[in-house]
Design a protein around this ligand. Structure first.
Ligand code: SF4
Length: 406
């Protein structure tokens, strides 16, 4: 029987206000546990990140990126940070440069987003995806993720970081995101603009849309919170005329293709050369590509890392569930920005309480497990826990009495 994968966890909470119990120390020890010795001299190491967009700066702090890059260099390897071209070109505005990260920053599918490799896939009639060539050229993958909520699937974690981030723009936006529309959810022949306007007027999330160019209706699945499991106002407004319905299958299709897309990326690396590190800091309700600052709806949790992608995302979601939603923050957020489930005690994950019960954040990892990508059973190994550090003797020189850089 395969052994249970370990997930190394460093909490933001420390037992003592001392540098040796800090997150930086915890990250260094987590990297030791992950064991970078399988990274060989001269290996080209892709550090796949989401570097944010426009004014959205709540991503993995460069402070940690630099430490990870240094640990890779210690193996004699050549790291580079990578993300989509727009994020790379704007990266300096958010503090990510070759100087601050300690390595080059390279667009994941080339400068024009056209350096891709066509890969076969079979999900809902989709047969191929254009994987990012720069990522596939690497010998080693560090899947470095900012854990946060996501409008399409509830959670943006390790899977999403490579499933969407590992592909060119058209594949990401049209093919992968577009999959939600393949299972029909209304009869197009009966839908008129006027009728759609009636449906739209009933929706508190403005999710039903009419495209003036194509003269077609569609549901913005990203915005729909499924009326939080209550009576769906859009379906009522349709009155059965077009059969408009919000179905679980549409949301699931996105989760399934994300798992399949992640598998393609992972299969292009030797399994001993793949590492997943999730940062559960600044846990915003929506994705980093929103391009703006967002409230942290869940208090900072810490870092989780593993060589198993299913385990790391499952463990991260379990840790986030334990901390739960910050109700004080929620109380200050207007409904137009984000509706939450009126029953905050419902047996749902915090991300479902925000995004609706059909956006189950575990679903992508469950698909991944079925595809053989890892195990949802894991062993959590906490590094430098609060209890442990509370009982440790702090080193002598704690504070800078004068300049110490000589
Ligand atoms: S289920 Fe609710 S939120 Fe979703 S489209 Fe319908 S009315 Fe809008």
């Amino acid at each position: 029987m395969a052994s249970v994968p370990e997930v190394y966890y460093g909490s933001l909470i420390s037992g003592v206000t001392s540098r040796f119990a800090n997150m930086s120390e915890k990250l260094d020890k987590i990297l030791e546990m992950l064991d970078f010795s399988t990274i060989e001299k001269r290996d080209k190491v892709a550090v796949k990140m989401h570097l944010g967009f426009n004014d959205g700066y709540q991503t993995v702090p460069v402070f940690f990126v630099r430490r990870i890059v240094e640990a890779i260099k210690e193996q004699g390897a050549f790291p580079f940070v990578t993300d989509n071209p727009t994020a790379v070109y704007q990266a300096a505005e958010r503090g990510y440069t070759a100087e601050t990260c300690g390595c080059p920053i390279i667009p994941v599918a080339g400068v024009k987003d056209k350096y891709v490799k066509k890969k076969k896939v079979e999900v809902e009639g989709i047969t191929s995806l254009n994987a990012a060539g720069v990522l596939l050229d690497a010998d080693v993958l560090i899947n470095l993720t900012h854990s946060k909520g996501h409008g399409s699937c509830g959670y943006g974690g390790a899977f999403k970081n490579i499933a969407l981030g590992g592909y060119s723009g058209p594949t990401r936006w049209q093919t992968i995101h577009g999959i939600v529309h393949r299972d029909k959810y209304f009869d197009e022949s009966k839908m008129t603009k006027e009728h759609l306007e009636t449906i739209k007027a009933a929706c508190p999330r403005n999710a039903p849309q009419w495209n003036e160019t194509t003269e077609k209706a569609s549901l913005m699945f990203y915005d729909c919170d499924q009326c939080h499991g209550g009576k769906k106002l859009c379906e009522d407004a349709d009155g059965g005329l077009t059969g408009w319905t919000v179905k679980q299958e549409n949301f699931d299709a996105f989760q399934e293709i994300m798992a399949a897309a992640a598998k393609i990326i992972l299969d292009s690396f030797e399994s001993s050369k793949v590492f997943h590190i999730n940062f559960m800091l600044d846990i915003t309700p929506f994705c980093d590509c929103m391009g703006m600052a967002m409230p942290s709806v869940i208090d900072d949790v810490g870092i989780a890392a593993s060589r198993d992608i299913v385990a790391v995302d499952t463990a991260s979601l379990d840790l986030i569930r334990k901390v739960g939603l910050n109700r004080d923050v929620l109380a200050r957020i207007p409904e137009k920005y984000m509706r939450v489930n009126p029953n905050l005690s419902a047996r749902l994950h915090p991300f479902q309480l925000i995004h609706g019960p059909m956006k189950d954040p575990y679903r992508v990892a469950q698909y991944g497990e079925k595809m053989g990508l890892g195990s949802s059973k894991y062993k959590l190994v906490e590094i430098l826990s609060a209890d442990q550090t509370a009982n440790m003797e702090p080193p002598k020189h704690q504070y800078e009495g004068g300049p110490t850089f000589f």
